[in-house]
Design a protein around this ligand. Structure first.
Ligand code: HEC
Length: 210
């Protein structure tokens, strides 16, 4: 309300309506400015005591983990293979899984899809436009397994069984020429696969919990 309009308003109204109708906008403006100045804590204080959290007043986002999900969610798989689950797989089986569940994003054979290219890169990580394909970007096969098992397929993460995750990891390693098509990968043999760019990363000195 401009000053001219405010004066006009005061002239036209009696005393009580004058106060409510002419000053109210100014009072609200002042309140809004002070809340904005003090920020969210002031708004929270003004809202009164924090309500008790119960099933009725929380936002209904997400859902409870199933026992299976809870069992794998806290699993850490280390580069040396500690934490790898029981199970096994070969590239032959992994090829079928890849074609069904991965190729629509990563392309046939892990090349040329809309998502990250997984196989066949040649530009090293030290180049201006590095290829982050498996042979260049993953120093340890066990962590590649962990990523596939935990995060892929991106539209259904966590849905691969341990056997399927071993198989699809074997397929990707086979596609990069690092294992044979029939080699069985499991908790013992997978960490023994030597990734070609293992020494292309700078180590950081952290204490790994046992
Ligand atoms: C809906 C699309 C989609 C599907 C399906 C999918 N991915 Fe991915 N994937 C992505 C995207 C996008 C990225 C890049 C994510 C990022 O950089 O954070 C990615 C990243 C990856 C990477 C890491 C690449 C790298 O070197 O950084 C691997 C390995 C991978 N996916 C494997 C798989 C496997 C195995 C499957 C099937 C079981 C699969 N993906 C299915 C979209 C998908």
């Amino acid at each position: 309300m401009t000053m001219a309009a405010y004066r006009m308003c005061m002239r036209r109204r009696g005393s009580l309506p004058r106060l409510l109708l002419c000053r109210a906008p100014l009072v609200w403006l002042a309140a809004a400015v002070s809340i904005a100045a003090v920020g969210i804590p002031a708004a929270c204080v003004a809202a009164g005591p924090t309500p008790t959290i119960s099933a009725d007043n929380v936002p209904h986002l997400g859902r409870r983990l199933t026992p299976d999900e809870a069992a794998t969610a806290g699993t850490t798989i280390f580069p040396d293979g500690r934490g790898l689950p029981a199970g096994s797989g070969t590239a032959v089986r992994g090829k079928a899984i890849f074609e069904q569940q991965c190729a629509h994003c990563h392309g046939a054979g892990g090349r040329g899809g809309s998502a990250q290219e997984l196989v066949g890169g040649t530009a090293p990580l030290t180049s201006a436009r590095p290829d982050k394909t498996i042979g260049l970007y993953w120093p340890y096969a066990a962590t590649l397994f962990d990523f596939n098992w935990r995060a892929m397929p991106m539209d259904k993460p966590g849905s691969l069984s341990a056997d399927d995750a071993y198989a699809v990891t074997a397929y990707l390693l086979f596609a990069e020429g690092l294992v044979s098509e029939s080699q069985t990968l499991d908790a013992r043999s997978l960490p023994a696969v030597k990734m070609p760019n293992r020494n292309g990363f700078r180590g950081i000195d952290v204490t790994v919990p046992r």
